[in-house]
Design a protein around this ligand. Sequence first.
Ligand code: C5P
Length: 237
Amino acid sequence: MQKRDLLYAGKAKSVYLSDDPQRLVLHFRDDTSAFDGKKKEALERKGMVNNKFNAFIMEKLQAAGIPTHFEQLLSDTECVVKKMEMIPVECVVRNLAAGGLVRRLGVEEGIALNPPTFELFLKNDEKGDPMINESLAETFGWATPEQLATMKSLTFRVNDVLKQLFLDGGMLLVDYKLEFGLFEGEIVLGDEFSPDGCRLWDAETREKLDKDRFRQGLGGVIEAYEEVGRRLGMTFG
Ligand code: C5P
């Protein structure tokens, strides 16, 4: 697999074309951003840690029958993925209240959400990723009702698999964001799953082990990501 021209540089990852027209190369950079890019910093080792973390999780999901774009690791900071047509809608599931939900509704952080909630956001940096709903997504053509139903069902299946995986490592999966795309007409999980895009708390102490450490200036960001990986049986070298 040969990496070719840069296709797109996001806030934390760069996407390259490859010598296979059906495949792309994702490069996980050390760049870390929060608050719509207003807070930015390069955190040493983050690209490597997130690339390996993402590969581990994507393989677990694939093994559970959830289609993902992940194909293989290419280097410490790169992996090969299917070239998809991305759907510009972010799917968020929450098991415990935190972040945006606490801010919006004024509920107490950490309360259990039964059943877990499902929210949609438009992936649009300029507009600050506004919350949307199925009606808006259909009317504006961001996704069809059938696609949204599949995305919702896959997002909850991911919850079933990962809630237990993290619990086995003594962690609570508080919430997470997923993105999907179309590959050969099928809805496939894209983007990444790493502590950058989810919230994970120690099950006993509720210590934060995810990007909230960066957002809230708590320090030890990458050390926490590596700790999460270690608890799942990963080694980062
Ligand atoms: O900010 P909020 O509480 O709505 O985020 C919910 C979950 O989705 C968090 O785990 C957050 O890290 C993730 N998220 C993300 N990218 C966004 C928005 C949210 O990864 N653009």
